[in-house]
Each structure stands twice: as C-alpha cells, then as structure tokens.
Design a binder for this molecule. Structure first.
Ligand code: PLP
Length: 366
C-alpha cells in the first residue's frame, strides 16, 4: 500500500487552468475572481456579505477588530481547537477565556459558557470543530441575553449546518479558512461573512490598509492591515466550488464505511448529532486511556497510514501555560483528553475502497 496521507486536496486540471488564466491576465491581487468567490460563498452560506482575506487567522482578527475587541477585553473560546482561535484573541490585545468541551462532539460545552461571562466579555467565539456544528442556536441565545456578539470560528466547517441552517449565518460575523487541511483550499486563504453591512464595510477597509473609497477618492481613514487574497488563489476555490456539495457527500459515505467497519473496544467513533450534520473536515477518533496515541501514530505510519492529533488543548500550549497557568486537568479535562487521546485518520474524497478497508483493518488490529 502506498502512503495514505490524512488529507489530499482535490485539485484537478480544470482548477489549475483557472489559476493559470488569472496569472496570464496580469491582474493578480483582489479582482474579479475574489468578487466571484465572495458572491458564491455568500450564496452558499446564506448571508448578505463575504470578504475574501489572506487566511483564516486574519479573518478571525478582522472579525474581532470590527467588533471593537481589544486591550482589557475577554473573549470566550473552547479549550480545544487549533491554537489560532486563541491566538487571534491574544494578538488583538484581549484575553481568551477557555471553556471545556463535550467529548461526544468535541465542541464547546454550552452549559459552561454563562458562568464565564464577566463585564469584560466582549465576544463569544465558539468553534465548529472538525466540521461539526456546535450548539450555535443556544450560544446565540446566551449572547443575546447578555448583549454579547457571537463570532463563529467556522474554519473547519464550510458547508456544515445546524437545524438545516448553514454554519456561518448565525453569528454577528463568522470566519472560514481555505488552508489545504480544510474542506476547500486556495493554499492560504480565509473568508469573513456577515449580514451586517457596516461590519462588512469595516472588514473590507481593515483588509485593505484602512482605505475608504468615496466618490472615487481614496482616503486612509484608519491604520489597517494588508489581509487581501490574490485573485489566482480565489480562482482555485471558485473552480472547486462546483464540486463542493458532492465532495461532502462522498466524505459522508466514507464516514459511514468507517462507522460500519471500525469495531474495536479501544476506539470511540465520532458521529453526527441530532441537529448538526457532520461535514467530516476531520475524522477524529478517541482512543481509550490504555492506548498510547503517539505510539499508534508511529505504528500506522510504519504501515503507510497518515494520522495525528486532531486539535490542541490550547491552555496547555507553552505560551498559554506560562501566561495563564491554568490547571487543565481540573478545568478542561475533556479538552485535555481529546488532545492526548484524539486521533485524526485519513478523510478526503479521493480515498479508494482498498485504502478505506486497509485503514479499517489496521485500526481493528490496534
Ligand atoms: C485552521 C483553523 C484556523 C486558522 O486558519 P488558517 O487559515 O490556517 O489561518 C482557525 N481556527 C480553527 C478552528 C482552525 O481549524
């Protein structure tokens, strides 16, 4: 068996032609393909506005900045996520306030959010981890009750829904990533979506050096970033989008095969919830405590199967550990368990039957 990576981007010759067409056009930065991408994503997510930006972390930073989040403010985030969720809070000068997760969904435990709200709480930023929507309706309700906006970190969850409503359409703003590890990719890239025209205008201004264009005149009205996306990157995503829905269906079929085939009392399988449909950005198993996850990763690698940890228990990462000295065993036991015992295995449309069976057989032999 040839090596099976955790993920393999789905890029075909037509996608590549779309990119080279832009390269030949000479218009490389934000242009017609970015505008097309923004329109397509707004349509897919069911929101009024979308801004294409440099990467998913930039889109989180922009969302927090337009909400005015800064020094002295607190932002509630899950303890388990990719570290960028908390980094975005830190780099705007605010403090991430961590909340433990549920182990059956790997998403933020909504019952523990309200007790973390203080007069300094400026935003709640849940994550739709691994492509499964969190309990976003309840989180939006909590936000409304306390007058706190919700930013969805939907980096992993383009195409996911909750109660048949698309992820990204619930919060004041939402962020998606277009990194190759995610559902669809431009290499590096991100998206900010919102139904609020003022937020959208401000995101676009911050994205572009703080420039406001009025009656054709260019004014630098604030200190902004350069977080633009190139047009050839946008072309790559626009081209893939035509296959996107089918792509998720194929991954759901593979998830079903894993579900039917993996039978080991050392492994707990992930699943959908009643209200949220999984998009399987990551297929993330939980290994029993008696199994050493890192040894399993090495063993699988010897057998040419890529695997690895799914997400970080962020309070345990060196910077956060030193700064906040949180006792994760006490405060975030579930995030810590997912961090130590979680195992992401290959999941992408291009996996063939014999590869899927080979992965199942090897997992059943752990
Ligand atoms: C990948 C990811 C990000 C960061 O996205 P980039 O495009 O890599 O900057 C942020 N949050 C979560 C939950 C992610 O998985």
């Amino acid at each position: 068996m040839n090596f099976i990576p955790i993920i393999r981007p789905d890029i075909n010759d037509d996608d590549i032609k779309q990119v080279t067409d832009v390269l030949k056009s000479g218009n490389l930065v934000h242009g017609v393909k970015c505008l097309q991408l923004e329109a397509d994503i707004a349509n897919l997510v069911g929101v009024d506005h979308c801004s294409a930006v440099a990467n998913g972390t930039a889109s989180l930073i922009l969302a927090l900045r337009v909400l005015g989040v800064g020094i002295g403010d607190e932002v509630i985030v899950p303890a388990l996520s990719f570290v960028a969720t908390a980094n975005a809070v830190e780099v705007v000068g605010a403090t991430p306030i961590f909340v433990d997760i549920d182990l059956d969904t790997f998403n933020i435990n909504v019952d523990k959010i309200e007790e973390k709200i203080t007069p300094n709480t400026k935003a709640i930023m849940p994550v739709h981890e691994f492509g499964l929507a969190c309990e976003i309706e309840r989180i939006v309700e909590i936000g409304l009750k306390h007058g706190i906006p919700v930013v969805e970190d939907a980096a992993c969850a383009l195409g996911a829904s909750y109660n048949d409503k698309m992820v990204g359409s619930f919060g004041a703003l939402a962020s998606f990533s277009l990194h190759p590890r995610k559902a669809i990719t431009s290499g590096e890239g991100g998206l900010v979506v919102t139904n609020n025209a003022a937020y959208n205008k401000h995101v676009n201004q911050f994205r572009n050096h703080g420039i406001e264009v009025e009656n054709g005149a260019i004014n630098f009205v604030e200190a902004g970033y350069n977080f633009r996306l190139t047009d050839f990157q946008a072309a790559l995503v626009v081209s893939q989008l035509s296959r996107f829905k089918r792509h998720i269906e194929v991954k759901r079929e593979i998830a079903q095969k894993y579900m039917d085939g993996i039978k080991s009392n050392l492994i707990t399988l992930p699943s959908d919830t009643r209200k949220a449909k999984h998009t399987w950005q990551t297929y993330h198993l939980l290994l029993n405590d008696e199994v050493n996850r890192d040894e399993i990763v090495l063993k699988l690698k010897e057998r040419n199967i890529g695997s690895g940890l799914g997400a970080q228990c962020i309070p345990e990462m060196l910077y956060y550990k030193k700064k906040y000295k949180n006792d994760s065993i006490k405060l975030y036991p579930n995030a810590l368990k997912a961090f130590n015992q979680g195992l992401a295995i290959p999941m992408y449309g291009g996996l063939n039957e014999s590869e899927i069976q080979y992965i199942i057989d090897n997992l059943n032999n752990i």
